[in-house]
Design a protein around this ligand. Structure first.
Ligand code: ARE
Length: 576
């Protein structure tokens, strides 16, 4: 009999004495699972029945939250099979006989402070709005040092990195009322530092803002005004590479091997030649972005100074790290340690476009830009996965992580690097389902500017058109949906719990979100036919139920409800 999943089980310290344990067993074999545990010296053994949590593919997942007497945790599992027999699952595998816990237990030897992942206090109810500063809003400034293109997309071909529309800090500040009307409570700005391009990912001076955006004083005013209005701000830090105008790279160009910054880069031959690009770069030969070596201690020291500067002088609330998957992992750990020691409540997000197990162990980022879960959901919307496959892949991925940490994933459905959601799905109704996923799945939702009014745009750079400000061109239906979803996300305890359960009923993908006081079900039907589902749940008996689509409230007495989902629609069922 196989009762062991490839990852066997997981354990997380939620506090010094509180542990969260998950066990995967093969479906259909097990009647109950009991966790046997104690302090690993004391051996005053306790037993707790684990809760059946959910099915994932051909496995069942059991969980337990337990309070131990000390931070020293020894544990094993007693598995009762359907035929009434028992197995012990201990550190050696499956056993017939129970031994003294001292000899056979798994161990979490000691829960040190560093083992306990804490999310920033403001993560709950946070809704982030991503802004590409050059394309958001031009402030009232009349004279500009650069030729600006017309704001209106139709008047120029492709909004590439050499096209400047002149969006600036003043423009963002002018739109604070818009942020409030939409309901978001954080903004994430793609890079604002001095750079030659309009995307500003090739940074020439990390201690200065790009003059086209405004001055540092204006940036500080922006941060202060945002804070006064309850809106946080996250900056984008590019530490994988620099611009060619960055002082250290310039010094290497000038002094070659004699430069004290020579070891900061990976130079392939001398003299360094920007036309040839004879140095390691971002991606394939992006000459404007020489890759910098983040394993180098001096490079780390320099970038840490940069981070501390923006944190301490400007009081920003978090950072997003560009190309985070290529940064030295010890550098990332150092960033976390040093920054959280200065300001505990900051959000650290890595840009990782693929599965992120290696970056989400609690000692590096709080979260990543969650492209992965979105990709799974998008494939379901587009019919590449059925609901069963999608729910399995989503759950299988999520259940690799500490549930508290998974609440800090920055959930998105598009960004400045991807096609816009409406263009990708080619269908407004599906884009609205994507918005519902975005605002209801476990994590912190991030909305890419303009998606909330139904903007379109193909791959980079077309997804970076100037924000449309003429209200008559806004799609009000989409905007109202976002507004209502944001409001729900900010007020629902269930949508902010460290918990979700993905499951399917026919080809309807469902999420269950649950807190002490409410349960929210989210049901999706992206298909072209009507689907009727019967949702069985012990939580809905004698409870008040509200349907998000109609805002209708009913008092329910049975243990199931029927929900009719018209083609390409969804329903959010709020149970209180
Ligand atoms: C230009 C082209 C792009 C091209 C890229 C790489 O426009 O079409 O893909 O070069 O050759 C910034 C600018 C981009 C510019 C780039 C280089 O914003 O417009 O793009 O500089 O000049 C990968 C990385 C990921 C990266 C994306 C763009 O994993 O880290 O590519 N994202 C960050 C930022 C970008 C920024 C940079 C990095 C550089 O968010 O805005 O780009 O600082 C597949 C591949 C992935 C690839 C992904 C997306 O999934 O497997 O490796 O991601 O496609 O392209």
């Amino acid at each position: 009999m196989q009762v062991i999943h490839n990852q066997v089980h997981d354990i997380f310290a939620l506090s010094r004495n509180k542990f969260y344990v998950r066990l995967w067993v093969q479906k259909g074999l097990v009647r109950s699972v009991t966790l046997i545990f104690s302090d690993r010296y004391d051996l005053d053994v306790q037993k707790v029945k684990m809760d059946f949590y959910m099915n994932v593919g051909s496995f069942e997942v059991y969980t337990a939250h337990v309070q131990n007497k000390t931070p020293r945790f020894a544990y094993k599992f007693l598995i009762e099979l359907l035929d009434g027999s028992f197995k012990i699952f201990n550190q050696f595998g499956l056993a017939e006989q129970e031994e003294n816990l001292y000899f056979d237990a798994f161990q979490f030897p000691y829960a040190n402070e560093a083992d306990i992942f804490e999310k920033p206090s403001f993560a709950e109810g946070l809704v982030v709005y991503e802004i590409f500063p050059d394309r958001f809003k031009r402030g009232k400034k009349e004279v500009h040092s650069k030729k600006l293109f017309d704001w209106d997309y139709c008047s120029w071909d492709v909004p590439g990195s050499e096209v400047f529309l002149g969006g600036d800090f003043a423009g963002i500040k002018e739109k604070i009322e818009y942020f409030k009307a939409l309901g978001i409570n954080a903004i994430y700005l793609t890079p604002i530092f001095k750079s030659l391009s309009s995307h500003r990912y090739n940074v020439d001076d990390y201690f200065d803002v790009d003059p086209l955006l405004g001055t540092k004083e204006e940036f500080k005013e922006l941060v202060d005004s945002l804070h006064e209005n309850g809106i946080r701000i996250i900056l984008d830090m590019v530490f994988n590479h620099t611009g060619v105008g960055f002082f250290a790279f310039q010094d290497v160009i000038k002094n070659g091997e004699n430069s004290k910054y020579y070891s900061w880069y990976n130079i392939k031959s001398l003299p360094v030649d920007i036309q040839k690009g004879n140095y390691e770069t971002f991606a394939i030969n992006v000459k404007s972005m020489p890759r910098i070596n983040t394993s180098n201690k001096e490079v780390q020291d320099f970038f840490l100074e940069v981070l501390k500067y923006w944190l301490l002088e400007f009081d920003v609330d978090g950072f997003r790290f560009d190309v985070a998957n290529e940064l030295d992992k010890n550098f990332i750990r150092r960033i976390r340690r040093e920054l959280k020691a200065i300001k505990k409540d900051i959000l650290l997000i890595g840009e990782v476009m693929h599965r992120s197990e290696n970056f989400l162990m609690g000692d590096m980022f709080d979260g990543v830009m969650n492209y992965f879960s979105w990709e799974v959901f998008a494939r379901y919307l587009m019919g590449k996965y059925n609901a069963e496959d999608a729910s399995r892949i989503l759950a299988d991925y999520r259940l690799k992580f500490n549930p508290v940490l998974f609440s800090c994933q920055l959930n998105l459905i598009g960004s400045h690097d991807t096609e816009r959601v409406l263009t990708r799905l080619g269908n407004k109704k599906l884009a609205m389902l994507a918005a519902v996923y975005n605002l209801t799945y476990q994590g912190i939702p991030m909305i890419y500017y303009g998606d909330e009014i139904g903007m379109e745009g193909g791959h980079d750079p077309d997804c970076r058109r100037g924000m449309i400000w003429e209200e008559e061109k806004h799609d009000r239906e989409i905007f109202n949906l976002y507004r209502r979803l944001i409001d729900l996300k900010k007020t629902s305890s269930a949508l902010n719990s460290d918990n979700v359960r993905e499951f399917s009923i026919d080809d309807v993908l469902c999420f269950e979100r649950k807190s002490e006081s409410e349960v929210v079900y989210i049901l999706f039907n992206p298909r072209k036919s009507l689907q009727k589902v019967r949702l069985w749940s012990e939580f809905i008996v004698d409870r008040e139920i509200e349907f998000f689509s109609t805002q209708q409230k009913i008092k329910n007495h049975s243990c199931y409800i029927e929900v009719e989902l018209s083609p390409e629609s969804c329903e959010i069922v709020i149970v209180k």
